[in-house]
Write a protein that binds this ligand. Structure first.
Ligand SMILES: Cc1ncc(COP(=O)(O)O)c(C=O)c1O
Length: 424
């Protein structure tokens, strides 16, 4: 069996923990993908994971495919400056003016690692504030109380990170303005930067209060630290201007990834020109990469951008998420489950609990067991939901009304089956 072979060559049989699906005996095996669908060893599934948010136009979108094919014809790696990457950056800057200058790397992990190094280089300070349950990739500075796969697998603070590094990362409860201002007071003039997911998409979905985001901006400014918005998920998903445009807050530095690579590896860190000018070769903060601004990723990114600029993909994807949020609420209501549903733009998640979800603690208080059970049942009905309570569901422009209606019917059945299984 493939999983047996996989286990002999990969730790846990996978190449990233979130692919292991702890509630299933074996991981899903992908064979192909097109539009809203994944083709797997469990058959055709409507995909609401969408490569953890990397896909917004739908799988194998023809425009992206064409752009990539055209790039392949011209060769696919030069490790030199190209006109396309300049245009790409100019277009990004037009939509997100806070990125006065940027560096294009390969992953979100690299983007946040470099943004943090840069903030430390600029401020000549060491301490970083991050938030409980936020996930910024898998490097040492941020693997402290992290969300996503780290939370799912119960290793929010990774082994192997030196205590001296952990000590420099102060963790504060997400969406708790008082705790944050208190922490800033305590850290004082040692604070280099605050890094935050402006909408948290790695601990389920947590939509923060505007007051919290404003406090981040005001307090960092007051103490001379930099504010880093990690928009690896929200960038170009919550609209062309990301979370920063939506909430009207201008961070000093921003990290991007996922959507803007059209499903190819990408990461970007950028922001204030006076800060970015410290990056090598114009300054002393080092970043380099053989694959930086990879021509294929840039070509895919430009194609995605061209589609997104029409506005139509957002209209489709956002409407799908709204309908599905309502569908979950209705199905839960009819079967007597207390469920909280959160949705913003093309992201949604639901929690088996009463009350509301505004903090990571609220997520922890939800019934993860029911979520995973429902996930498993939905899979049998051809729907691949976010594979953990700590992940988020995404929709794409390919999730048409018809697809959403089929999912709605499947979820209706799934909730009924859940009720029968858990004996309510
Ligand atoms: C908010 C956020 N930042 C950073 C990352 C890391 O990005 P990558 O997986 O491309 O390294 C992720 C990945 O899920 C993310 O959600």
């Amino acid at each position: 069996m493939l999983f047996e072979r996989a286990r002999r060559v990969f730790p846990g049989g996978v190449n990233s923990p979130a692919r292991a699906l702890k509630h299933l005996p074996t991981p899903l095996v992908a064979k192909g993908a097109s539009g809203p669908y994944l083709y797997t060893d469990r058959g055709r599934l409507v995909d609401y994971c969408l490569a953890f948010g990397a896909v917004i136009l739908g799988h194998a979108h023809p425009r992206v495919k064409k752009a990539v094919e055209e790039q392949l014809e011209r060769g696919w790696i030069y490790a030199l400056l190209t006109e396309q990457e300049v245009e790409f950056a100019e277009r990004i800057k037009r939509h997100m003016p806070s990125l006065e200058k940027m560096r294009i790397v390969n992953t979100g992990t690299e983007a946040t690692m470099n943004a943090i190094r840069l903030a430390r280089g600029f401020t000549k300070r060491d301490v970083l504030i991050k938030f409980d349950g936020n996930f910024h990739g898998s490097h040492d500075y941020v693997l402290v109380k992290a969300g996503s796969g780290a939370a799912t697998w119960g290793v929010p603070t990774s082994a192997g990170i030196p205590q001296d590094v952990v000590k420099l990362t102060v963790v504060v409860p997400y969406n708790d303005t008082d705790a944050f201002t208190k922490a800033v007071r305590e850290v004082g003039d040692r604070l280099a930067a605050v890094i935050v997911e402006p909408v948290a998409g790695n601990y389920g979905l947590i939509i923060p209060d505007l007051e919290f985001l404003k406090a981040l901006r005001e307090e960092t400014e007051r103490v001379g630290a930099l504010l880093i918005f990690d928009e690896v998920i929200t960038g170009f998903r919550l609209g062309l201007s990301g979370a920063q445009g939506r909430f009207g807050i201008r961070p000093d530095l921003t990290t991007l990834g996922k959507v803007i690579g059209g499903g190819f590896p990408i990461g970007i860190f950028g922001g204030r020109a006076d800060v970015m000018d410290l990056v090598a070769p114009s300054g002393p903060v080092y970043n380099a990469g053989t694959y930086n601004a990879h021509p294929v990723s840039v070509a895919a990114g430009l194609a995605v951008l061209a589609e997104l600029e029409t506005g139509e993909p957002y209209r489709m994807a956002d409407e799908a998420a709204q309908r599905l949020a309502k569908a979950v609420e209705d199905a839960a209501g009819r079967t007597g489950f207390d469920v909280v549903v959160k949705q913003i733009a093309s992201m949604f998640q639901f929690y088996f609990k009463k009350g509301d979800v505004k903090t990571p603690q609220d997520v922890r208080e939800s019934d993860e067991r029911l979520y995973l059970k429902l996930h498993e049942i939905a899979l049998r009905h051809g729907v691949y939901l976010a594979p953990s309570q700590y992940e988020v569901n995404f929709t794409s422009a390919a999730h048409t009304r018809e697809v959403v209606e089929q999912t709605t019917a499947a979820l209706e059945e799934a909730f009924k089956e859940l009720k029968r299984e858990v004996g309510r």
